[in-house]
Design a protein around this ligand. Structure first.
Ligand SMILES: [Zn+2]
Ligand SMILES: [Zn+2]
Length: 89
């Protein structure tokens, strides 16, 4: 019984079947804008909360309330009434 040159079949492993890694953070697209330009806030509600139009980040005014009622990781930003006016004097 003769053995052919290709007697031993090499298992065809597909080395290129790479599973795509989902490493991209969900806020990568608009997150930079907010870091550079600052958040674009929506209207403040009566509770002293707002939200960023761009990145949907929760915003709350620390002078109106001590913490955001829904999101403990919300960003503290002074609201229109409490923001310190830039007095150039
Ligand atoms: Zn934002
Ligand atoms: Zn406020």
């Amino acid at each position: 019984m003769q053995q052919t040159l290709w007697g031993d079949r090499l298992p065809q492993r597909r080395k290129k079947s790479v599973i795509p890694l989902q490493t991209a953070p969900p806020y990568s697209i608009t997150g930079n804008d907010c870091q550079i330009l600052g958040h674009t806030l929506r209207e403040w509600d009566l509770a002293g909360c707002s939200i960023c139009i761009d990145c949907q980040a929760k915003i709350f005014c620390p002078r109106c309330i001590t913490a955001h009622p829904q999101d403990e990781n919300a960003i503290a930003v002074l609201c229109e009434r409490h923001e310190e006016r830039q007095v150039s004097a």
